[in-house]
Design a protein around this ligand. Structure first.
Ligand code: FSO
Ligand code: SF4
Length: 513
């Protein structure tokens, strides 16, 4: 056993575990503190200590991949949660299948916590989700749970996550309006620039309020792209466009850019010294040496940094270089905002196109991006889909292909960006509505899910899809290291989960060619 043991994300070392330093840049000490914090939460759950919802959710959020690398913050959270009498290695020492199911449950719960956190900051009641989280943590810390009970909890985690995603959908629409299809510029105007990354729309809103009538342009990055579709965000004229591509390209895309950067949630990579002085964090995000905006959400240091940097002298046409990692071209603009309300407002056109044979199949190609070369599968897949198919997407995985012009069918764009991974409820709503319109079950629809996973939020979404009984999901670019052969067999037998193979073979299999 090395100095650390972390296998929670898709890029884990050698497809097994990070044992000396994280591929993500997490140190062994940070990993140890995250384990301790998790142990403290498990201890509290088993002792019946009801933690405040905010503390519970923020603590779990801080243990997600690419969120908090700051040992001081983790130590503070451990001090607040209480003594970690439970040690996480005990999960690792359990039998292979119990270890696998407990890990699946823990990572699913971390994903639930992240989504619930967004509901919480928007003022919504998340006590049911928090009660489940504590129940699950308590079970993880006990020896008596068998495989069937753990499997039940894993599916319950999916159910709870689905409720949280539904609540988040309502919370976002209530706070920011219902998303409308929107074209987003990728060019950068002259003058001071702030780039906002992560998923927290409320943080973006507060920053937009604080930059009103100041000569600053605010750009979205990564998973913040769908923010442009919300009426209560797009009404701010300084919300100027989208910068860069997927999270894993940030170290190369941020270098040399005269902007101040704000990370509101995952995915933060260790900043290079060349631009670290311009990166700010807030909420559960942290990195040693970066300036952190506290709970008062006073963004003045960020704003002052952007003003001091001054931005570009002249407009930069398209911020996106083709990179070795992303193979993304410098598309002039992106479209987003095809949430369930927007898509279902066109339900008659969609159903009509299916009935007359104009649309033969739907694909949901969604999830996360990441650095692996194998992730080009998702771009190749979308590129090779036949012209009588529609692709729904969500999450940061879209950056593999959202520069493609796939055209339209009967005025319906073939590529519909439904939003962040946080908006997975939209995809579920559209699938359920199509099933109702065609009088069949979701599994009988001409709809196939091709999902790319990276971190723990994707795990919780996968559990929600399993809870809904959705079958034949293709998962890539590799299967989770924490799933044991027996648990994988169970997922294959009961749900038909399949690893992605080659684009040609998968498309032929799906389309029955
Ligand atoms: Fe991506 Fe990162 Fe949204 Fe994840 S930005 S990878 S599943 O944290 O959250 O899709
Ligand atoms: Fe490794 Fe992923 Fe854990 Fe980072 S989060 S240490 S990359 S498994």
């Amino acid at each position: 056993m090395g100095e650390m043991f972390c296998m929670q994300c898709e890029q884990t070392a050698g497809g097994k575990a990070c044992t000396s330093v994280g591929v993500c840049g997490k140190s062994a000490n940070t990993a140890r503190l995250q384990d301790e914090l998790t142990g403290a939460l498990i201890t509290a759950a088993n002792r019946g200590v009801k933690l405040g919802d905010g503390l519970l959710l923020e603590s779990l959020f801080a243990t997600l991949t690419n969120v908090n690398f700051n040992d001081a913050t983790l130590e503070k959270l451990i001090g607040t949660v209480g003594q970690p009498f439970y040690e996480l290695y005990k999960v690792r020492d359990a039998s292979e299948d119990v270890r696998s199911l407990k890990t699946l449950l823990l990572l699913g719960v971390r994903g639930v916590a992240a989504y619930a956190y967004h509901c919480f900051v928007l003022g919504h009641d998340v006590c049911e989700a928090c009660a489940f989280i504590q129940k699950a943590l308590a079970a993880i810390g006990q020896d008596g749970y068998g495989q069937n009970e753990l499997l039940g909890l894993v599916l319950e985690c999916g159910e709870v996550n689905l409720h949280v995603l539904e609540l988040l959908d309502k919370a976002n629409s209530a706070a920011f309006g219902s998303p409308v299809p929107t074209t987003v510029s990728r060019s950068v105007k002259p003058g001071p620039i702030i780039v906002v990354s992560g998923h927290d729309l409320q943080d973006l809103k507060l920053l937009l309020e604080q930059t009103e009538n100041i000569n600053i342009s605010v750009y979205t990055h990564g998973e913040m792209l769908p923010a442009h579709a919300y009426p209560e965000l797009r009404k701010y004229p300084q919300l100027a466009g989208n910068f860069g591509t997927a999270w894993q390209n940030q170290q190369r895309e941020f270098a040399g850019v005269p902007a101040a950067f704000l990370f509101t949630t995952n995915c933060l990579m260790p900043p290079k010294p060349s631009y670290a002085d311009r990166v700010f964090t807030t909420a559960a995000v942290g990195y040693p040496g970066l300036q952190h905006i506290g709970a008062d959400k006073n963004f003045t240091p960020l704003i002052n940094k952007a003003l001091a940097l001054g931005g570009y002298q002249q407009e930069q046409a398209g911020t996106v270089a083709t990179t070795a990692l992303a193979t993304v071209s410098a598309a002039a603009a992106l479209t987003t905002g095809f949430g369930h309300a927007a898509v279902l407002s066109q339900a008659d056109a969609v159903i009509g196109a299916v009935k007359r044979g104009g649309i033969k199949h739907f694909f949901l190609v969604g999830g996360c991006d990441g650095a692996k070369v194998g992730r080009n599968y998702f771009r190749d897949f979308v590129e090779q889909t036949p012209s009588d198919t529609v692709i729904l997407t969500l999450g940061c995985g879209k950056y593999r292909f959202n520069d493609l012009d796939l055209g339209e069918i009967d005025g319906i764009p073939r590529l519909l960006d439904m939003g962040q991974c946080n908006d997975a409820y939209s995809a579920v709503q559209v699938a359920l509505a199509l099933a109702e319109a065609f009088g069949c079950g979701v599994n009988d629809l001409p709809l196939s899910l091709v999902l790319s996973w990276f971190e723990q939020k994707a795990v919780s979404i996968l559990l929600s899809l399993l809870f809904l009984g959705i079958k034949d999901i293709r998962l890539g670019p590799s299967l989770p290291a924490f799933v044991s052969p027996n648990v994988l067999n169970l997922l294959v037998e009961n749900y038909g989960i399949k690893p992605t193979t080659s684009v040609e073979a998968d498309l032929a299999d799906i389309l029955g060619e």
